[in-house]
Write a protein that binds this ligand. Structure first.
Ligand code: PGA
Length: 245
């Protein structure tokens, strides 16, 4: 399985940042890992014309193909542009837009129908972790947002503890390993034929300084990177750590 370094810009960045990040194409020309950047939707088209070896993804898609859904973008439209991946169920979408597991599943299926790989995000809150609920929450999210129909097309899972996102607090290696092993076992049990080839990303305060340690954890096949994916040197050192892992 090819490892993946995915950048989630959230509502950050600019055309200038995009042009700066194009340096990654030279630095990681012959990369052994996949590199993906998910800028805000408005920057997808310019990103596609600027990048060739780095893939461009979206941060969300609607669950329906078309219709009266003002302000939304469908997976078909993303595919039309040449987008190959889309984040679904990021905790900021789940919290700010009250997205449920079943909406996340509908979006993942819509993406696959359009020929786009969904990156399905899951993760517990601090409260849930502190009350010992982490694996129950992860199992519930996977039960709700994964479906046997997904197996006909590749997908990616990103484990992002909500309390680690943008906080600088990274779980211990044991905590990450526990969840990633749980996810791999879940896939082996429920999606046996694709389990070994479904990348499991870790996300939440990944930096150049902690990437090597995180990528040494079993069943961590890459990262979903927020803030550090907007700076060439920071993202480059994460990609390099993944290439060497
Ligand atoms: P962060 O964000 O790397 O800034 O913590 C990760 C994410 O939300 O995907």
């Amino acid at each position: 399985m090819k490892k993946l370094a995915a950048g989630n810009w959230k509502m950050n960045g600019s055309l200038e940042v995009l042009a700066e990040l194009a340096k990654l194409e030279i630095r990681h020309k012959e990369s052994t890992v996949d590199v993906l950047i998910c800028p805000p939707a408005i920057y997808i088209q310019p990103a596609l014309s600027l990048f060739s070896s780095i893939s461009i993804g979206a941060q969300d898609c609607h669950m329906y193909q078309s219709g009266a859904y003002t302000g939304n973008i469908s997976a078909e439209m993303l595919a039309d542009l040449g987008v190959n991946s889309v984040l679904v169920g990021h905790s900021e979408r789940r919290i700010d837009h009250t997205e449920t597991d079943s909406m996340v599943l509908q979006k993942a299926l819509a993406a696959q129908t359009a020929g786009i790989k969904p990156i399905i995000c899951i993760g517990e809150t601090l409260n849930q972790r502190e009350s010992g609920q982490t694996l129950n929450v992860i199992e519930k999210q996977m039960n709700g947002s994964l479906h046997k129909d997904l197996t006909s097309y590749p997908f990616v899972i990103a484990y992002e503890p909500v309390w680690a996102i943008g906080t600088g607090h990274v779980p211990s290696s044991q905590q990450i390993a526990e969840v990633h092993n749980f996810c791999r076992n879940y896939l082996e049990h429920n999606f046996h034929e694709i389990a070994a080839n479904t990348p499991l990303l870790y996300g939440g305060s990944v930096k150049g300084s902690n990437a090597k340690k995180i990528f040494a954890i079993p069943n961590v096949d890459g990262a979903l990177v927020g803030a550090a994916s907007l700076k060439v040197d920071d993202f480059s050192s994460i990609i390099e750590a993944l290439e060497k892992s």
